[in-house]
Design a protein around this ligand. Structure first.
Ligand code: G1P
Length: 297
């Protein structure tokens, strides 16, 4: 019988240098798409997929993240006094039950694989999910939920996958596909950030994973890989070498690369246009500036 996936790791130790100077004093994961921090999207997706335990791998300077998930008694009291029930309701989603959330420090930035390995003692012998909050996925059914349902049939390990343009493949983990052309593909190899022109396909890993606990043993074994870092991709590739199943899952949905400024802005616009309270005003403005740009050309 395949076990349920109830624990998720959120690697949030990165310095966020691409968003300096903002990230000098706020963690990147607290930056907002409209009015919700990136991390809230990740948490909501995890909850929808049935995750009950949330493990954050953090680093120095990420205190604001811990506060974000804590109760805010003074603020709540004030909102209650003013009868702002809607806002109180909104805050409820940010509160975590005591004991449902754990913070683990990654003392050195040694890579994504190392960040995941830092959580090993909290996982036990169960499959677990990994969510990279930089990858925000807008989908009717949240991406991790789609994967949990597929995983219930397959077991093994599974990564979210998406076709990318060939000249972008070297920014990703890339799958070497054994078979399957539909939503689920079985994988015979994986390469992290292949040199330009050497990628085995253009099917890239996106930041959602359901992993066998054996990955932790693999992380003990592997040496540093691409960029001199301990790569999660290499630990998953080792599963394949050991004869165990790894799948790529082409999710339904639109992924935004919120690790880049352009991706972050696109996500901001897309999420704002999806909101009843903002879409009219914003789309009118977008039409206006596009018309001005055209006229100026
Ligand atoms: C990480 C992973 C990579 C994956 C990517 C998806 O890379 O190492 O395999 O394709 O996330 O966003 P990073 O973007 O942190 O360099």
């Amino acid at each position: 019988m395949k076990r349920k996936v109830t624990k998720a790791i959120f690697p949030v130790a990165g310095l966020g240098t691409r968003f300096l100077p903002a990230t000098k004093s706020i963690p990147k994961e607290i930056m907002t798409l409209v009015d919700r921090p990136l991390i809230q999207y990740a948490i909501d997706e995890a909850r929808a997929a049935g995750i009950k335990e949330f493990i954050f791998v953090t680093s120095r300077g990420k205190g604001a993240l811990e506060d974000y998930f804590d109760n805010a008694p003074v603020l709540e009291q004030e909102l209650r006094r003013k009868g702002k029930d809607e806002l109180l309701e909104l805050l409820k989603n940010t509160n975590m039950e005591s004991g449902a959330i754990a913070y683990m420090r990654q003392h050195k930035a040694l890579g994504l694989g190392h960040a995941v390995w830092c959580a090993r003692r909290l996982l036990g012998n169960e499959p677990f999910a990994v969510i990279l909050p930089d990858d925000v996925i807008a989908a009717e059914k949240p991406c991790l939920q789609q994967m949990v349902e597929a995983y219930a049939e397959t077991g093994g390990s599974m990564v979210a996958a998406m076709e990318v343009p060939a000249d972008k493949a070297s920014s990703y983990g890339v799958l070497d596909v054994k078979e399957g052309h539909g939503q689920l593909v079985s994988v015979k190899g994986m390469v992290e950030k292949p040199a330009p022109g050497t990628a085995p396909s253009n099917l890239a890993v996106i930041g959602r994973y359901i992993l066998s606990p054996k990955i932790m043993q693999n992380l003990n074994q592997i040496k540093s890989g691409a960029g001199g870092e301990i790569q999660l991709t290499d630990a998953i590739a080792l599963e394949i070498e050991k004869g165990r199943d790894v799948y790529g899952f082409r999710f339904n949905g639109k992924r935004f690369d919120c690790g880049s400024k352009a991706g972050f802005l696109q996500a901001t616009v897309a999420f704002a246009l999806a909101r009843d309270d903002l879409k009219d005003e914003l789309s009118a403005y977008l039409y206006e500036i596009m018309a001005q740009r055209k006229a100026a050309q």
